[in-house]
Write a protein that binds this ligand. Structure first.
Ligand SMILES: [Zn+2]
Length: 69
């Protein structure tokens, strides 16, 4: 029984993956990302297959309760 998971690459699962809205090709990394604030990130995707570009907005849950804006 091994419960030691210090070296488990769990962070690799958190990268954004999205299918192309035009042709459905899986895009593994956004072309460009803009952090709107602490919880919202806007990704700009560019498809290599059909050259289609679109944006997606990712909203993270509030993992910190810091309201010191
Ligand atoms: Zn495409």
């Amino acid at each position: 029984m091994e419960l030691r998971s210090k070296n488990s690459p769990a962070a690799a699962q958190s990268r954004p993956v999205l299918p192309c809205a035009q042709c459905g090709k899986t895009l593994f990394a956004p072309e460009w990302s803009e952090y709107l604030d602490d919880r919202r990130v806007r990704h700009l995707w560019s498809c290599e297959a059909c050259d289609y570009q679109f944006e997606s907005l990712v909203c993270f849950p509030a993992w910190r309760s810091s309201r010191a804006a």
